[in-house]
Design a binder for this molecule. Structure first.
Ligand code: IFM
Length: 475
């Protein structure tokens, strides 16, 4: 019997398992605003976004979607959607502003109120401890390439878990450590904007260590029923041809994009081919005895963020496809790999729309990590949304995107992947990192000057999917 043999729900064509979790996701810096309220101090993203030329239009997260002051309104939106779960992140610089010392009560209070109101609304709180907002003081002390940051993170994780442990259902240590390490310290297109291949690898290792230490710290503070997880933006890598050189290019990207996290976290080892590929950059002597064992602290689920696949061939490319003027984030692979276009339609990010990549990724994880429950912690798309003269926001392309990707998840479950939930990115239009407010990922439109929220047609569509417990045949 597969998970899909569960009792049918009226009206649904592609039924999901009865206990499937339906959620939306956000992140602190992207929506909260209130950047200097109640003791919060700057994170690397405050510094980066206030540095001219780093973020499009000079946008910052100072106000963002003003969620800090509109929690009640935003939870009411989620009630209307009917979501079972809400994935948000806790701002480290709100809870432990300088990355050291005791927790700030007012910072914790904000998340206590958020989680209380979620629970009162019947929505499970799913908290991410790190969605890229490293306290600036820790960056000044060396940031993620510096080993001590991993211990700082574990301490903060323990404080957050002690303060909120009784009310959070699922804890996620890190969101997309690949971006923190390789966009933050390799290509420099994300905060803190450093460009050093060796630092990006050091950062990746310390993020793995931080994750494992944080899992321990959280488990020590929360009830046994709470789940602990990690979210990775795994790359669905395709080789352009079956030629050995092209396949080797795909292997390299898989090593430095995926297995650099999967192997330490699930097997307590570094991929040997990664160590060979990166030999011109580092000898990995920053890995100390016991680090990989610490990184492999058991977790309850793996979160996957998926947007589009990556296609490669043998060759050399100075950077990834969409970032052609920045240094490469692909330490050790850049002289051997050329990124090739994936055909088909594209989103406003210029990312290809290809739901097959999500199916491929889920089956790969089914085979590689057969005992690890999977959750799609982010999936969604940016389009050029606007309110029409009648005030409606129609986004049929996003509906089509979401439909195709949920159908791919359904297919993967039919094929035996243990996928437990789906979190749509994102609840609200928000601060899209280096793109500022120029890209809209929300299913709820935010008119930033007035902070007015409007359901897009995709929000109505998603509410219907959740109510049915499955997908209609057509978007
Ligand atoms: O907005 C981001 C999010 O913070 C992390 N994952 C990808 C999203 C879209 O770029």
């Amino acid at each position: 019997m597969t998970a899909l043999d569960a009792r049918p729900r009226a009206g649904a064509t592609l039924r999901f398992p009865e206990r499937f979790r339906w959620g939306t996701a956000t992140a602190a810096y992207q929506i909260e605003g209130a950047a200097d309220e109640d003791g919060r101090t700057p994170s690397i993203w405050d510094t980066f976004s206030r540095t001219p030329g780093r973020v499009r239009n000079g946008d910052t997260g100072d106000i963002a979607a003003d969620h800090y002051h509109r929690v009640g309104e935003d939870i009411a939106l989620m009630r209307r959607l009917g979501v079972t779960d809400y994935r948000f992140s806790i701002a480290w610089p709100r809870v432990q502003p300088t990355g050291r010392g005791p927790a700030v009560q007012k910072g914790l209070d904000f998340y206590r109120r958020l989680t209380d109101e979620l629970r009162a609304a019947g929505i499970r709180p799913v908290a991410t401890l790190y969605h890229w907002d490293l306290p600036q003081e820790l960056e000044d002390a060396g940031g993620w390439p510096h080993r001590e940051t991993a211990y700082r993170f574990a301490e903060y994780a323990g404080l957050a878990a002690e303060g909120l442990g009784d009310r959070v259902a699922t804890w996620t240590t890190l969101n997309e450590p690949w971006c923190s390490a390789f966009l933050g310290y390799g290509s420099g297109v994300h905060a803190p904007g450093r460009t050093s291949a060796v630092d990006s690898l050091r950062a990746a290792h310390h993020l793995n260590l931080a994750h494992g230490l944080a899992v321990r710290a959280v488990r020590a503070a929360v009830p046994a029923r709470a789940e602990v997880s990690l979210t990775l933006n795994l790359h669905a890598v395709r080789s352009r041809t079956d030629a050995p050189r092209d396949r080797d290019a795909a292997r390299r990207i898989d090593a430095v994009g995926n297995r650099i996290f999967l192997d330490p976290v699930f097997h307590g080892r570094l991929p040997e081919d990664l160590v060979d590929d990166t030999a011109p950059v580092t000898d990995w002597s920053f890995v100390e005895d016991g680090d990989l064992r610490a990184a492999a602290e058991p977790i309850d689920a793996l979160g996957i963020n998926y947007y589009s696949p990556t296609a490669v061939a043998a060759g050399a490319s100075p950077s990834s496809p969409s970032r052609s003027l920045s240094p490469s984030p692909w330490a050790g692979a850049e002289r051997h790999v050329r990124f090739v276009p994936v055909p088909g339609p594209r989103t406003a990010m210029d990312w290809p729309v290809d739901s097959g990549g999500l199916h491929e990724l889920l089956l790969r994880l089914r085979d590689d990590l057969p005992h690890v429950p999977l959750v799609i912690t982010e999936n969604g798309a940016a389009y050029e949304d606007y309110a029409d003269p009648s005030g409606e926001v129609k986004d049929p392309e996003r509906v089509a995107y979401l439909h195709a990707h949920l159908a791919a998840v359904h297919r993967a479950i039919e094929d035996g992947a243990d996928v437990r939930g789906y979190f749509l990115w994102s609840l609200l239009d928000n601060f899209e990192w280096a793109y500022g407010y120029s890209k809209r990922f929300g299913i709820v439109h935010v008119d930033f000057p007035t902070q007015r929220r409007t359901f897009k047609s995709s929000a109505h569509w998603y509410a219907d999917v959740i109510a049915r417990g499955g997908l209609p045949t057509r978007p």
